[in-house]
Design a protein around this ligand. Structure first.
Ligand code: GTP
Length: 609
């Protein structure tokens, strides 16, 4: 396809505003997917994505479209995730395209991620087409709201109101018009000069295929790649031969060439994901005598590697599942370059892994995928962040677990985020009530139409407690947030350990703000008291900080047996299997003294109330 007839774009939106559903309509309308193969959220390939209705991985697809001007176009769409945890996926997709469709659910209006994505698209220099989605829900009952939203979105984008499209991913309203707009308003890819190279491309994503090895999603930036070319990855200095070149339709479809401006994939049979890094430049050059240094001049501006910011240790519920857990994490990592995995050890829970994630949703999804795709139950510690500690010798050390804090130190610093919360003005006082609990600082507000945007700094660690749930509950679901990592700041916090029957429980230590230390410690021991099963004897639960006990609650001795199956149903063989597994687990834990702390207990303890 000639460059002039290519359009590369993303759909960006706040979570649940309907990107994937609209993408379905585009696939249908361009006959990319035959009707009988169509299923909802076609581009969400992971089972978990489809079930939870969220996009986790970006998904590129090439569509053919014949415009009313009679010309045929190749439209390359990249569907992106909506949640802040995955904003690095969005930023990568933005670099590979020239335009964006900014979608706003007309019943929800502009939300935090709408703004964050819009500003990111603008910064990348993309052409932005504004569209109001889900108009089928209110077009007959509330046309005034649509008019109001149209005004707000036009003001945000800086376009005329008539340029905002009203679409419906459900009924397909105006989908053809949107395709025409894409062709008209989004520029074709610029001609790139690959210089002394014959071709080069940006690796904007990668995934692992059991047969093809690591598959790199690429955007060609100059020249033409041919199937079976010898390629070179500039960043990792790796040579390889293309085994398959192609485009996503959305399945992989081999092609003989990929030219300047096109989006597709290449597979070389390389199995080591470290060799094909996202953000690297892959190129082809003629002649063997070209110096590495000379080639590196042609490297495209890559991406910063995603840095895990939240750390949590996973231990198998059964020690015998350690190897299975290791293998499963390796497999997950093949398709999730942002996940970091390191071996870890805990006195009570045994061998496990320290996992680094991008945020709380990323961590929850990882645990969920282990359970579903690999059928491995894990016990996890408190999610933590990376703290900087100034020792007495004025040396800066990094710690993740409170247990790693030296006895004596001068200062602890913690990572901060810049948070934007958007909500209808009636919820202002409710949102402000979160200030103390979540340690907001540097607050200021701004008005956006009928809504308020509150910007504040907040310690990152607050995100992994239940900030999200609390914000939703005080705003009855009407507030949304997005965040960006900021630098470190001194933290007024202390390490608190939990003891059951006088023994410290490894993995249950945590940092708490000094200001609310005793209150929080008391809440933790009381909560643990209520969550832990009773024994034949009284068990004291204590919290200690600065070498003294700061809170205590006792679990009285047992009086009657509790049921084992809980409230949930399920067939009997499954229950028996589960019961046997639980029994083995309990025996194992009993052997290891008092540590009968289940993942559910950990999870409950995390909540703030
Ligand atoms: P993330 O990928 O998680 O960010 O979500 P998304 O933006 O891809 O949203 P998705 O397409 O999953 O849609 C969210 C919900 O809105 C689903 O229940 C859809 O069925 C529904 N929905 C999407 N578009 C429309 C629409 O035009 N009209 C109506 N009535 N419902 C819609």
């Amino acid at each position: 396809m000639e460059r002039e007839h290519i359009r590369n774009f993303v759909i960006i939106a706040h979570i649940d505003h309907g990107k994937s559903t609209l993408a379905d309509r585009l696939l249908e309308s361009t006959h990319t997917i035959e009707e009988r193969r169509m299923k909802a959220q076609y581009l969400d390939q992971l089972e978990l994505e489809r079930e939870r209705g969220i996009t986790i991985k970006m998904a590129p697809v090439t569509m053919r479209f014949v415009s009313e001007n009679g010309k045929e176009y190749a439209l390359n769409l990249i569907d992106t995730p909506g949640h802040s945890d995955f904003s690095y996926e969005v930023s990568r997709a933005l670099e590979a395209v020239e335009g964006a469709v900014l979608l706003v659910d007309v019943t929800q209006g502009i939300q935090a991620q709408t703004l964050a994505n819009f500003y990111a698209a603008k910064k990348t220099g993309l052409a932005v087409i504004g569209a109001l989605n889900k108009v089928d829900l209110i077009e007959h009952t509330n046309p005034l709201v649509i008019a109001e939203m149209r005004k707000e979105l036009a003001a945000l984008i800086g376009c005329e109101e008539k340029d905002i499209l009203e679409v419906s991913g459900k009924t397909g309203k105006n989908v053809s018009l949107l395709l025409e707009r894409i062709v008209k308003f989004i520029p074709s890819p610029k001609k790139y000069d690959a210089g002394m190279l014959r071709a080069r491309a940006l690796v904007f994503d990668s995934f692992y295929d059991n047969h093809k090895g690591v598959v790199a999603s690429i955007r060609v930036c100059g020249g033409t790649f041919n199937a079976f070319d010898d390629v070179y990855l500039i960043g990792t200095e790796t040579r390889a031969k293309i085994k398959e070149l192609g485009v996503f339709v959305p399945e992989m479809k081999p092609r003989n060439t990929l030219s300047d401006g096109e989006i597709g994939y290449l597979a070389t049979g390389i199995k080591d994901i470290e060799k094909i890094k996202i953000g690297d430049t892959v190129c082809v050059f003629d002649g063997a005598q070209v110096s590495k240094h000379a080639i590196s001049e042609y490297a495209l501006l890559g991406y910063e590697e995603p840095k895990p910011v939240i750390f949590v240790s996973f231990y198998p519920e059964e020690a015998s599942e350690y190897d299975a857990l290791r293998q499963s994490l390796q497999k997950l990592k093949l398709n999730d370059s942002a996940l970091s995995v390191e071996p870890d050890q805990n006195e009570v829970l045994g061998r496990g892994f320290k996992i680094g994630c991008l945020g709380r949703l990323h961590f929850e999804i990882t645990a969920e995928r282990l359970r579903r795709e690999f059928e491995i139950g894990v016990i996890n510690t408190f999610p933590s962040v990376r703290y900087l500690v100034k020792t007495r010798d004025r040396e800066m050390i990094t710690i993740v677990k409170p247990e790693e804090l030296p006895q004596e130190y001068l200062e602890i610093q913690e990572p901060m985020i810049a948070l934007d919360i958007i909500f209808p003005r009636t919820y202002l006082s409710s949102i402000l009530s979160l200030q103390k609990k979540f340690r907001f600082s540097n607050m200021h507000t701004e008005t956006i139409g009928e809504r308020i945007k509150l910007s504040a700094h907040m310690p990152l660690v607050e995100l992994v407690s239940d900030f999200d749930d609390c914000m939703k509950s005080v705003s009855e679901g009407y507030a949304s947030f997005s965040y960006e990592l900021k630098e470190y700041a001194p933290a007024d916090i202390a390490r608190v350990d939990l003891l059951v029957s006088g023994k410290q429980i490894p993995g249950l230590s945590r940092f708490l703000p000094n200001e609310s230390l005793e209150r929080e410690a008391r809440r933790m021991v009381e909560k643990l008291r209520d969550l832990l099963p009773r024994q034949q004897y009284t068990q004291p639960i204590q919290a200690s900080a600065y070498g003294r006990i700061v809170a205590r609650a006792d679990i009285p001795a047992i009086r009657k047996e509790l049921g084992i199956f809980g409230k949930n149903g399920g067939d009997r063989t499954r229950k028996m299997k589960l019961w046997k597994k639980q029994k083995r687990g309990k025996e194992r834990l009993k052997d290891r003294s008092e540590a009968t702390i289940s993942p559910a207990v950990f999870k409950e303890l995390l909540k703030k109330e």
